[in-house]
Design a protein around this ligand. Structure first.
Ligand code: GAR
Length: 212
């Protein structure tokens, strides 16, 4: 059975003017496949950007090894070491600024962010979520879609705002749910699309900022 996907806006990176090289700081908690997809998009010349630093919060996270392999400086900021979300975000902002990052890319960052981070990088904090927002916010989005019995789900790149998995949408990809799908099989197909739309969403956000 074919499993066609649909990306909107239907653009490739080559169609988006990218006059400036963006300086990215990536926040991640998990395996880091989105970090790698962004890094590959940069290496292939499709996304005009540099990844200045990876910040991760889970000591054993796979993303650390990926960053090492990709030559990206990685900094562990373990949320357990901070008294509040705002304190963690203050450390994140300091690390990002020191690294020279102008954009904040939440690539599987499983922490709620506060105005401390959002206000330090206005309209420059982007998130990816494994559902077609506004459906299935929060943790377990893939499982939520399977439980709801929807026939199409997907992923979304959006501006981060104080509410979780909310904020203006930049790009989405639809992914059909197939008979027999498990959370793992479905998430794997959703991630293939995440890796397409995250670089696209980053370029779109930069374009929108220039157009303001
Ligand atoms: C991605 O599927 C991303 O959408 C999700 O975490 C995964 C990280 O994968 N993020 C959220 O659920 C945020 N609410 P990765 O570590 O392989 O990039």
């Amino acid at each position: 059975m074919s499993a066609a996907s649909l990306i909107s806006p239907p653009l490739t990176l080559a169609e988006i003017p990218q006059p400036q090289i963006l300086s990215l700081g990536v926040l991640a908690s998990g395996s880091g496949s989105n970090l790698e997809a962004i890094a590959q998009s940069i290496r292939g010349g499709a996304l005009k950007a540099r990844i200045q630093v990876l910040i991760y919060n889970q000591p054993g996270a796979g993303v650390k090894d990926r960053a090492e392999r990709l030559g990206i400086p990685a900094v562990l900021l373990n949320h357990r070491d901070y008294a509040s979300r705002a304190d963690l975000d203050r450390a994140i902002v300091e690390t990002l600024k020191q690294a020279g990052a102008d954009w904040v890319i939440m690539a599987g960052w499983m922490r709620i962010v506060t105005p401390v981070l959002l206000d330090a990088f206005p309209r420059r904090v982007l998130n990816i979520h494994p559902s077609l927002l506004p459906s299935f916010r929060g943790v377990g989005a893939v499982e939520q879609a399977l439980s709801a019995g929807v026939k199409v789900t997907g992923c979304t790149v959006h501006y981060a705002v104080p509410d979780v998995d909310s904020g203006p949408i930049l790009a989405q990809a639809a992914v059909p749910i197939l008979p027999g799908d498990t959370p793992e099989s479905l998430h794997a197909r959703v991630q293939v699309q995440e890796h397409q739309i995250f670089p696209l969403g980053i370029a779109l956000a930069a374009q929108r900022e220039r157009d303001i």
